[in-house]
Design a protein around this ligand. Structure first.
Ligand SMILES: Nc1ncnc2c1ncn2[C@@H]1O[C@H](COP(=O)(O)OP(=O)(O)OP(=O)(O)O)[C@@H](O)[C@H]1O
Ligand SMILES: [Mg+2]
Length: 473
């Protein structure tokens, strides 16, 4: 289903095209002159414009130019009378997709329109695909033998087949991103676009436009038409990551989209249908946020149709062994090293640690371990975890299970955990001269989590720099 504009000064031609295209299920607008068309593309995001070449005043080439100036991705098909092929060729050179010669049959029109729309779809997909190829974790392989993870996988395999919204919850690093990708690749939409919106990194005032798009002139700075990320996901999957960070002002629009399947770009007076499967994820306690008035309850129920919770790693220690060898293999290969054996004692250390950063932290510890290990075995001294070994490799505790005797006395105030976290994050950032990438690697949290936390601490936006990219696939 596409949004199409027909431009022709002959009423009969418009009528024929209108019938043919609406029968095929498209939403069709008509313009009776080039000027009229140019006005319309200013207020509506079209997928395709079908325009007559020869018209009084603004002709087909002028329409083509106006369309492409607003949105390169809108396809244009020129309609020419016999004998004006030369101008049609000029049009193709300037970015038109195709031309139709009058007189034409309905089949010829539908064929040309299908090809143009297919080209538009492929172009979007190539963009997301090239990002996907960069993804080191692709394909999304989820390792987990524990009862709880097996149950999660069993249930999402079934849910993946439907189009209902899935809400993934779980602490940081438990694999929510990975699971969302896995659901998508088990779903019938696996070959269609996968658009990731990281709600933590989009500035509040740009949210609506990022998600739902805008037409030129909708607000100051909107110099071109822009498709929103929701529309980019049409036919595919839309992953709303860190949904707990979605600004309250945008929540009603998202709710409307989930309820009706329709979006309305800013400045466009008509809604349009978008067929996207929504998966959302968060490590925040949405229930608590609702109680504090920070998250809409009605939106929560719309998102929480199929809820899935990823358990923290400390509650599924039987996964540690398999995950460890999985990561050892991955990093040995990546570093060009022979695959190491995880020693029995090393495994005991890994299994007794509490993993506050969950699987991500385990992955980081193993990566560093593989770099440090010189022989054929990964041993306890290669495993650098806070509280066990200092970063210089000196043992802080020789007892993997930990005991109170080993803990240092606190000299200053007794601080809350969030305050310790805040101070520690800022200290690490300072030690890295403000380099967020380095700091997030040391802290073993994602760049977007770091960015969000700094925002929470009120670090000025200008010092935070641009947020990490919001689309990936
Ligand atoms: N079951 C698993 N099997 C293999 N790798 C995993 C698994 N769970 C997580 N990982 C890996 O751990 C890392 C962190 O996972 P992911 O980014 O999906 O976590 P998250 O829950 O989205 O974290 P955050 O809340 O911080 O965004 C990734 O590199 C991911 O590939
Ligand atoms: Mg994540």
């Amino acid at each position: 289903m596409a949004q199409i504009l027909i431009v022709d000064d002959q009423k009969s031609v418009r009528a024929t095209l209108q019938i043919t295209l609406s029968r095929a299920g498209h939403t069709v607008d008509e313009a009776s002159s080039g000027e009229d068309a140019i006005q319309r593309v200013d207020s509506t995001l079209y997928d395709l414009v079908l325009t007559d070449l020869k018209m009084e005043g603004a002709d087909g080439l002028a329409v083509l130019e106006a369309v492409k100036a607003r949105d390169q991705d809108t396809e244009v098909i020129l309609v020419t009378a016999f004998g004006t092929i030369e101008s049609a060729v000029t049009a193709i050179k300037r970015g038109a997709h195709d031309y139709l010669t009058k007189p034409f049959t309905p089949d010829q029109v539908l064929h040309a329109v299908d090809l143009a729309l297919e080209r538009r779809r492929l172009r979007t997909e190539v963009r997301t695909l090239s990002r996907r190829l960069d993804d080191p974790n692709d394909p999304a392989t989820i390792i987990g033998e524990s009862e709880r993870v097996r149950r999660v996988l069993e249930i999402v395999r079934e849910w993946a087949q439907s189009d209902s919204t899935i809400l993934i919850t779980g602490e940081t690093g438990t694999g929510k991103d990975l699971l969302a990708r896995a659901i998508r690749s088990m779903s019938p939409r696996k070959d269609r676009s996968y658009v990731v919106v990281n709600c933590a990194t989009i500035p509040d005032n740009l949210f609506e436009s990022e998600l739902f798009g805008h037409v030129r002139g909708a607000f100051s700075g909107a110099t071109r038409n822009r498709k929103g990320l929701a529309q980019e996901a049409d036919g595919g999957t839309l992953f709303l990551d860190e949904i707990g960070e979605l600004p309250l002002e945008v929540q009603p629009q998202l709710l409307r989209f989930l309820e009706t399947g329709e979006i309305r770009p800013i400045g466009q007076n008509r809604s349009m249908r978008v067929d996207a499967r929504v998966i959302a994820a968060t490590n925040r306690d949405l229930g608590g946020m609702i109680a504090r008035g920070e998250f809409r309850e009605d939106l929560y129920y719309r998102l929480n149709v199929l809820p899935v919770e990823l358990p923290p790693l400390r509650e599924r220690k039987d996964d540690v062994a398999r995950l460890s060898s999985h990561f050892v293999e991955r990093y040995a290969k990546r570093l060009g090293r022979p695959v190491l054996e995880v020693s029995k004692r090393a495994l005991l250390v890994l299994q007794t640690y509490e993993w506050p950063g969950n699987v991500r932290e385990l992955e980081n510890v193993i990566e560093r371990g593989v770099m440090l290990a010189k022989g054929t075995e990964l041993r306890p001294e290669h495993l650098l975890m806070p509280g066990r070994f200092g970063l210089d490799g000196t043992a802080a505790s020789s007892n993997p299970a930990g005991s109170l005797e080993d803990v240092d006395e606190i000299s200053g105030d007794l601080l809350s955990l969030p305050e310790v976290e805040r101070r520690h994050i800022l200290a690490v950032l300072k030690a890295c001269s403000g380099n967020q990438k380095k700091a997030s690697a040391i802290l073993q949290i994602s760049k977007s989590t770091l960015w969000r936390k700094l925002k929470e601490y009120g670090i000025e936006a200008s010092r935070l720099g641009p947020p990490p990219p919001s689309i990936e696939a």
